[in-house]
Design a protein. Structure first.
Length: 317
């Protein structure tokens, strides 16, 4: 999978500026956030990477939250299990995905144990000026730092231990790089995927608030509207609007407001035509996401230049 170049403006109305992305530069806490315990690759007996680890000569813009899907919601909260899932994820990413190493920079277990994912991620994070390029957010890996959270969070909540360790880890990363809590995102904010699960995704505003408290900085109360994620079986006005856009783009889909097979096929074809990633993290193991319509598909079908915020206002009228 291509690990894409940095972009100044992201699809979906996310505009990156020096003041916005690194908004903590003049408002960092007087005392640096305490580093959580992060177990390095050698502690879980990681395989060597099969290619050169790319170190981006800049800070990441976004901290991106994922869920692993598989393993699922295991009740083994031990350190030994946390180290094993790190090995399992690396094996899947290298042997099935064909990547040079684990895709994400860090992994957070249901027991609250954090491990380094891709080699050198911990070393470079401690430096606070560069970041290791991962392979967990299609077409945005040069600007994103990813955290895989063990479990499947589409319908159930995360364990308390995982939540607490996630807050600590994200706060430390944000402090090291001077990233505003507003730039904590879910994987679906970049790609058409269920990841990081609806329940965990709905808690991202809470995560931003919790991290802002640790950092001692304010978090914006005005959430940036994101493109909605539509999936096969969905019905309603958003589906109807998407179908009309697809028809205007030349796809022969019905305009019945039902995300059926023809709409699924059209979205999958559109994504393939534009080379959009459909397997950029382990979430795709839970379901075929090739027909999902999300943040990277909407900008291909809506009128040129229209943002997610503008489109949502228009739809509500």
């Amino acid at each position: 999978m291509g690990e894409a170049t940095r972009r100044a403006v992201l699809k979906g109305g996310l505009t990156v500026t020096a003041a916005g992305a690194f908004g903590l530069a003049g408002a960092r806490t007087a005392t640096a956030v305490t580093a959580p315990q992060i177990r390095p690759t050698h502690e879980w007996n990681a395989r060597p990477a099969t290619g050169a680890i790319v170190v981006e000569n800049h800070k990441p813009t976004y901290i991106v939250v994922h869920h692993t899907v598989d393993p699922g919601n295991n009740t083994d909260y031990s350190l030994a299990h946390a180290l094993q899932i790190s090995r399992d994820i690396q094996n899947f990413h290298m042997d099935t995905r064909g990547w040079i190493d684990t895709g994400q920079q860090f992994t957070n277990s249901r027991g609250g144990y954090v491990t380094e994912g891709r080699h050198r991620s911990l070393e470079i994070l401690r430096g606070g000026k560069q970041h290791v390029q991962g392979a967990n957010v299609g077409n945005h890996n040069s600007e994103c730092l990813g955290i895989e959270n063990e479990g499947l969070y589409s319908t159930v909540d995360v364990p308390v231990a995982l939540w607490n360790s996630l807050v600590s880890l994200v706060a430390y990363i944000a402090d090291q790089y001077g990233i505003s809590p507003d730039f904590i995102k879910g994987h679906r904010d970049f790609n058409s995927t269920e990841c990081c699960g609806q329940v965990l995704y709905d808690r991202l505003p809470e995560l931003r608030t919790a991290v802002s408290r640790v950092l001692g900085v304010a978090v914006s109360r005005a959430e940036v509207p994101e493109w909605p994620l539509l999936k096969p079986g969905d019905v309603g006005a958003q589906v109807l609007a998407a179908q009309r856009f697809l028809r205007a783009a030349g796809y022969g889909v019905p305009t019945d407001g039902v995300f059926g097979q023809s709409t699924t096929d059209a979205v999958a074809a559109l994504a393939a035509e534009h080379g959009l990633s459909r397997d950029s993290c382990t979430a795709a193991r839970a379901a075929d996401e090739s027909g999902f319509l999300g943040s990277d598909v909407w900008p291909l079908i809506v009128p040129s230049g229209k943002s997610a915020a503008a489109w949502r206002v228009e739809l509500a009228q």
